[in-house]
Design a protein around this ligand. Structure first.
Ligand code: FE
Length: 316
């Protein structure tokens, strides 16, 4: 997906505009909430497509290694065929069904509760679509690739919710889409070690997670309300809450607790890349020249753009 939307309205919580706080002297720094985004939904033309940008490109250093996250309520045809380079897209279907195909030959269908993890790498031309006559409610996160992996081979993983390894205990269900939680690990292949969890809490349930203290992360609430961190800040349906983080390497803890109702949320975290970020429409590279090259390459026929398969060293 590729669209421009208004900037998210950011509401700062306790620690102001910075997410970085000192780790303190304890063995594990307790995560809190740095800021909450809950932007307005915009109507995208006359097709009934509505969308909002939960993470935008205004502060890539803050979001690093994440770039963008859009929430779409989309009919078929909301997005035309379009390219990507230099990123991975993680699409989570909240409701409905999304079909996908690309010019590398990948095809897939993801339904409510499923995710699709696409590595654009050096380039794909693709289309993502709701089924005819239906709307799909979808989150799409763009994860940055490090400079060394910007031109890696495209890769595509369907992560079906029913097949993801799951931790379940004491009113807590944690579905591991990427990374590991409490010795439950996903087989999902990563270029950047991203933790992606879907967490469901029954009423009055709680869970603690350990995260590298320097990793950047956020939670997005799909249902109900969750109390986050030592200060138990309430994060409610539709809000995206960035977690505080530390500059000091170590372990951090994140506490999630439900109230009188149940809740469902997604949690993402990953190590910042700390590299220059240059946005150019559907491409994200490290330099302006990299963006110009991407636009030049995508005007070429497919063979020239994608190149020969890896390992083909014949002189023909
Ligand atoms: Fe796309």
């Amino acid at each position: 997906m590729s669209l421009r939307l208004q900037q998210p309205q950011l509401r700062n919580v306790d620690h102001g505009r910075t997410s970085t706080i000192e780790a303190g002297s304890g063995p594990a720094f307790e995560r809190g909430i740095a800021r909450i985004a809950d932007p307005a939904v915009s109507l995208m033309g006359r097709s009934g497509h509505r969308a909002r940008r939960l993470i935008d490109s205004d502060d890539p250093g803050f979001a690093d290694p994440f770039l963008l996250m859009a929430e779409d309520w989309m009919p078929r045809g909301a997005f035309a065929v379009h390219p990507h380079r230099g990123i991975e897209t993680v699409t989570f279907v909240i409701d409905g069904t999304v079909e996908h195909y690309d010019d590398v030959g990948h095809r897939g269908v993801v339904r409510s509760g499923d995710a699709q993890w696409m590595t654009a790498g050096r380039g794909v031309l693709h289309e993502e679509n709701a089924l005819p006559g239906t709307m799909a409610h979808v989150l799409q996160l763009w994860v940055n690739l490090p400079a060394t992996m910007k031109m890696t081979a495209p890769r595509y993983q369907d992560l079906l919710g029913d097949e993801m390894p799951t931790y379940g205990q004491d009113g807590v269900e944690v579905k591991v889409f990427s990374g590991e939680f409490d010795n439950v690990s996903a087989k999902t292949l990563n270029h950047v070690p991203i933790l992606m969890l879907e967490v469901r809490l029954r009423p009055e349930a709680a869970v603690k997670l350990s995260l590298p203290s320097t990793d950047n992360g956020f939670v997005f609430v799909i249902r109900g309300s969750v109390n986050v961190g030592a200060d138990a800040v309430a994060v409610t349906l539709g809000q995206l809450a960035w977690l505080t983080r530390s500059d000091k390497k170590g372990v951090s803890q994140l506490s999630l607790r439900s109230g009188e109702g149940s809740c469902r949320l997604l949690l993402f975290s990953g190590p910042p890349l700390r590299e220059p970020v240059v946005f150019g429409g559907p491409f994200v590279m490290n330099t302006e020249e990299g963006i110009k090259q991407a636009f030049r390459d995508f005007e070429k026929p497919r063979f020239e753009r994608v190149g020969k398969p890896a390992g083909n060293h014949t002189a023909d």
